[in-house]
Design a protein. Structure first.
Length: 87
């Protein structure tokens, strides 16, 4: 059995990819801008969602209060009408 060893003429994979993976300043700047914009958008969305939940809670509390005042007003109006009929 005769085996011949030959020198590998191909470049290592990591070397060929290293040139493709190099970023110039503008590309890196664009990537950072995109990432920051996505982070700000996500943070803003979370903040807005929290604030809207707080506002919904406040509105619900107002509805309960208005409901109470409406019941009191209707009861007062009913008593007033009854007294007016009797007089």
């Amino acid at each position: 059995m005769n085996v011949t060893l030959r020198k590998n003429s191909r470049q290592p994979i990591s070397t060929s990819y290293s040139h493709e993976r190099c970023f110039n300043e503008d590309t890196l700047r664009d990537i950072i801008k995109e990432e920051l914009a996505a982070a700000v958008k996500s943070s803003f969305k979370d903040l807005l969602t929290d604030q809207l939940k707080n506002i919904q809670g406040e509105i619900s509390a107002f509805k309960v209060s208005f409901g109470f005042f409406n019941e009191q007003f209707e009861e007062f109006k009913k008593r007033f009408e009854e007294k007016r009929r009797h007089n």
